[in-house]
Design a protein around this ligand. Structure first.
Ligand code: PLP
Length: 405
């Protein structure tokens, strides 16, 4: 049986409570996880098979895994409950026994935001690297951190983990390739936290003039992006808006080892078909909307920048980091003012995230509200803004600014 495909049943939701929730998430800039399943996704879930995935007997789950493995150009894929789980399963599956260590960017989710999972599950040390260019780590940045050789005082490096996007910024593929060559030279594995690799793929498709609605075009791009990696974790519940789930891709042998750990982690879930089908629907119908999402992020960044606000990191995809102190405004005041609108807009701080259900009107109201606050305040500060260009060579972050995520 193939996974049921509904005609795109619009982006709508039924039931007043869900309509209200959709309005709420359309004005929520806290994360791209702040989305809700559409009726189309729920209908896809209804049409899913109901087999037991622990026994590998669910066709809808297997169809999603096969689809993602093919798109990624890898032998196999494994569906799991969350991005944290797929990262930690991957890292655990790569590592054998201590002593060993993993190299990551100092801001990496796998290091900072996964409850110390690497130490807990792998007994591994994390060596963190600060990017010398302020944007992404490079092979040159990584090299001095490698722990190689037989010195018994060392913690041998066994794995490098990259993140793409990181804070919405795209990792240049030529640098990914250099890092993968460094990994190969020293017999190290390379894992990608590709929670937002779909966003990178959407930008890449656009820049190559390919069609985001065509499976074969996405396959070409995603395969290229993931080719340097031994494994990757691809979140389904962020950019593309699945209610639940993330997938690991890699070799058949690696996926079987990850499946074993998934069981041990308590992540062997039984009737996963409806979740897989909702995610499959999102991949078909929400992925092509990512370029609109990115345009909306640029609109927000340009609107804020036009007011004299500093945009502190390049806006490559769906995230905007801003510093309002450049026009004498305080972040807490902005958060409170947006929250007190008749229809509240929610942000948590400098990081604003756009998703496929963000409303263009919310972006306009966001900018208008900050503009009103600016005109109410008498402070005028002249600032130099960063370039919003996507070209790597032109990227810069505000001097000495350390992105918190
Ligand atoms: C870059 C990155 N990786 C992994 C995760 C983990 O995903 P989950 O929340 O599904 O565990 C997140 C979550 O926000 C993330 O931003």
């Amino acid at each position: 049986m193939t996974v049921p495909r509904q005609a795109d049943v619009t982006a709508g939701v039924s039931g007043q409570a869900n309509v209200d929730m959709l309005t709420s998430v359309s004005r929520n800039f806290i994360s791209d996880t702040c989305t809700i399943p559409t009726d189309g996704q729920m209908l896809a879930a209804l049409g899913a098979t109901r087999g037991d995935d622990v026994y590998q007997e669910d066709e809808s789950t297997q169809a999603l895994e096969a689809r993602i493995a093919k798109l990624a150009g890898k032998e196999a894929a494994l569906f799991a409950m969350s991005g944290t789980m797929t990262n930690q399963l991957s890292i655990r599956a790569h590592l054998t026994s201590p002593p060993h260590s993993v190299i990551t960017d100092y801001r990496a989710h796998v290091h900072k935001m996964e409850a110390g999972g690497i130490a807990m599950f792998c007994q591994a040390t994390t060596d963190t690297v600060v990017p010398s260019n302020g944007i992404h780590i490079t092979a040159e940045d990584i090299e001095p951190h490698l722990q190689l050789g037989n010195n018994i005082h060392y913690r041998p490096t066994k794995l490098l983990c990259l993140e793409n996007t990181l804070s919405g910024m795209i990792f240049p593929q030529d640098e990914v390739i250099k890092i993968s060559q460094l990994a190969k030279k020293h017999g190290l594995k390379l894992h990608l936290d590709g929670a937002r690799i779909w966003n990178v793929a959407a930008v890449e498709l656009e820049s190559r003039g390919l069609d985001a609605r065509k499976e074969e075009d996405l396959q070409v791009v995603l395969t290229d992006l993931l080719n340097p990696f031994d494994s990757a974790s691809l979140c389904l519940s962020k950019g593309i808006g699945a209610p639940i789930g993330s997938a690991i891709v890699g070799s058949q042998e690696f996926i079987e080892r990850a499946r074993w750990f998934r069981k041990a982690f308590g992540g062997g879930v039984r009737q996963t078909g409806p979740m897989a089908a909702a995610a499959d629907h999102a991949l078909t119908y929400h992925f092509p909307r990512l370029s609109t999402t990115h345009a909306l992020a640029r609109k927000l960044a340009e609107g804020l920048k036009g007011l004299g606000i500093t945009i502190v990191a390049p806006v490559d995809t769906n995230m905007v980091f801003f510093d309002p102190t450049s026009i004498g405004l305080n972040m807490t005041d902005i958060i409170n003012r947006l929250e007190s609108l008749p229809q509240p807009i929610r942000i948590r701080g400098e990081r604003c995230v756009i998703h496929h259900q963000t409303s263009p009107q919310a972006v306009e109201e966001f900018i208008d509200t900050v503009a009103r606050m600016k005109s109410e305040s008498s402070v005028e500060v002249v600032v130099q803004n960063v370039n919003l260009s996507r070209k790597v060579g032109e990227k810069q972050v505000k001097k000495d600014y350390r992105l918190p995520y």
